[in-house]
Design a protein around this ligand. Structure first.
Ligand code: NAP
Length: 522
């Protein structure tokens, strides 16, 4: 494990502040001291990334695919050492980390396949019509090109799949951009191991020095320094609304504003229709609320339904399941404190009823599953109740009638997901409420829970602000690559100077839209 910043293929650690990994289950420090990057080291990493961009941005999809596949292989080569360190730093169980490692390497391979196949480039050719009247039509050819060096803020709650070699890094590299990762302080050792794996893969695959760097240190110094650096052209972020918004504003206040893609969490409303008041639904919801100690941006934090005796009984059943559930170790002491404070603040609001609280308190930094309820009227009168409590917490909103239910849904801010649990027959009765929900979310789930985000081309993980900073994009799935590329048109450009993907004869054999027809031919 390299206890330094990785600046391209070099290591550097001249800073005098250090991050130390902590085991949240024991409160004890783990091995290694990781020096925060200095301003000079930030500048070096960006300079190397700028140099690398001119080479890496032009290499073929096939070579990028080899690099991405090599990263996946190097991560697998780390074996149990990585799993052990990651479990120790995150408090997450081994099975979860092994699963997350599979998701991480799977994502890298998915992007490798995508860039090999090539249709994501949206190569479009309209050949010249010199004889067109009244004016000739020029030859125009357009495709996606890299945006330039990208900064990735690693997430605390996915130490592998949304961190050093996670979805943001994989999609930015796939798009042809050098990446500088700002490591998350909650798992510096995991970051160092994965960073070294990427460095080895880059060397093995013959990538330019500077295609990847990993910097430790604080968000305020290293993170803000990177975002404000003129050499950085885009960024990806997963974390709190507070930090995401600060960084988004900085990215937009630059002389040259840059795209800043932030995924900032959500309370993921669940619309519970009467036919769903049963124990199966209660088990399904309890599993989703407590999964990963509730530390998912897709955690169902709000359950909305119409008040009735059957709903009261359902809430009791759900509460019973939750109160029997175990508390779990949270990712960090800070996240646990923020959860406990959030629950305390919410439960202290007027009109809130505590429906269930797990009494399992043994151990350090434990997040206790908690369920509360509130009337629709009280919910609407108090915006505090619509703020995310990051952890195993959920609140049932009991609406007076269908009309109030629609007002509650319409009052919500943008969300990553919304779920509808009920029968298809109930759809027409609640269609207007379902429409309200659809307008607020990036993904709508029928008879299921929002946790368990599939990584595939059709996934949408984003949503209207403040769930994400730009509703048009996803941070999960192969479409995430679109955040880090831009369209570029070549007009009347000489054949031998065009990118291969746009040349006559289709030398790389990708799908292209040629004069209005999709073809893989020439
Ligand atoms: P965070 O505080 O938002 O931190 C995420 C990243 O942003 C870290 O690298 C952090 O750096 C950096 N950062 C924080 N404040 C900054 C600032 N003022 N300027 C520049 N960079 C800054 O998230 P977290 O540490 O993972 O967890 C804290 C809370 O965020 C949680 O309790 C939860 O509410 C929320 N969260 C949400 C999601 C989600 O899925 N949306 C995921 C994780 C966490 P340093 O901390 O190293 O300085």
């Amino acid at each position: 494990m390299i206890e330094s910043n990785l600046i391209g293929f070099s290591t550097s650690g001249v800073g005098d502040t250090f991050t130390v990994g902590m085991n949240p289950a024991t409160g004890e420090p783990l091995s290694g001291q990781f020096p925060g990057a200095t301003t000079d080291e930030v500048n070096q990493a960006v300079k190397k990334a700028q140099h690398a961009a001119s080479v890496y941005g032009r290499i073929s999809g096939e070579r990028k695919a080899k690099f991405l596949n090599a990263i996946a292989e190097e991560i697998e080569t780390l074996g149990d050492t990585l799993v052990e360190r990651c479990c120790a730093e995150s408090g997450l169980p081994e099975a979860r980390i092994i699963g997350e490692r599979g998701r991480t390497t799977g994502q890298l391979r998915m992007f490798a396949d995508l860039v090999s196949e090539g249709s994501w480039l949206e190569a479009t050719i309209d050949t010249a019509q010199p004889d067109r009247t009244p004016i000739p039509k020029p030859d125009l050819r357009r495709m996606m090109v890299p945006i330039g060096p990208v900064v990735v803020f690693a997430a605390s709650n996915f130490p592998l799949a949304f961190s050093t070699a996670g979805g943001d890094t994989a999609s930015a590299l796939a798009g042809g951009n050098p990446v500088i990762v700002k490591a998350h302080g909650a798992h510096p050792g995991t970051s160092a191991m994965v960073g070294e794996a990427i460095m080895k893969a880059a060397q093995r695959a013959g990538m330019p020095d500077g295609v990847f760097s990993l910097l430790h240190g604080s968000g305020r110094i290293v993170g803000q320094g990177l975002i404000q650096h003129i050499g950085i052209k885009a960024a990806g972020f997963t974390g709190s609304h507070q930090a995401g918004r600060i960084l988004y504003d900085l990215a937009n206040q630059r002389d040259e504003p840059i795209p800043f893609f932030a995924e900032m969490g959500s309370i993921n409303p669940v619309l519970l229709l009467p036919s769903a008041f049963n124990s199966d639904t209660a088990d399904m919801l309890a599993g989703s609320i407590t999964m990963g100690v509730g530390q998912f941006c897709t955690n169902p934090g709000l359950i909305i339904s119409i008040a009735c005796a059957e709903l009261d009984h359902f809430v009791q059943v759900l509460g019973d399941v939750l109160s029997k559930g175990d508390a779990g170790v949270m990712l960090t002491q800070r996240i646990c404190k923020s959860y406990t404070d959030g629950v305390t603040t919410t439960l202290s609001q007027e009109g809130i009823k505590v429906e269930a609280r797990s009494d399992d308190e043994d151990g350090l930094n434990m997040g206790q599953p908690t369920l509360a309820s509130v009337s629709g009227e009280t919910f609407l009168a108090n915006p505090t109740l619509a703020t995310e409590v990051f952890g195993p917490f959920s609140m049932v909103v009991k609406c007076r009638d269908n009309a109030e239910l629609e007002v509650v849904l319409a009052s919500l801010e943008g969300q990553l997901t919304g779920s509808v649990i009920g029968s298809e027959e109930e759809f027409s009765k609640y269609q207007s409420a379902i429409n309200s929900m659809e307008a607020k979310v990036g993904r709508i789930v029928y008879n299921g829970v929002p946790t368990g985000v599939e990584v595939c081309p059709s996934m949408q993980h984003g949503g209207p602000y403040p769930a994400a900073s730009d509703v048009r994009f996803t941070s999960v799935g192969s479409a995430a690559i679109k955040r880090f590329v831009r369209p570029m048109a070549f007009q009347s450009w000489p054949q031998d100077k065009l990118p291969y993907e746009l040349r006559d004869g289709n030398p790389v054999g990708i799908w292209r839209l040629v004069n209005g027809n999709w073809t893989r031919g020439s």
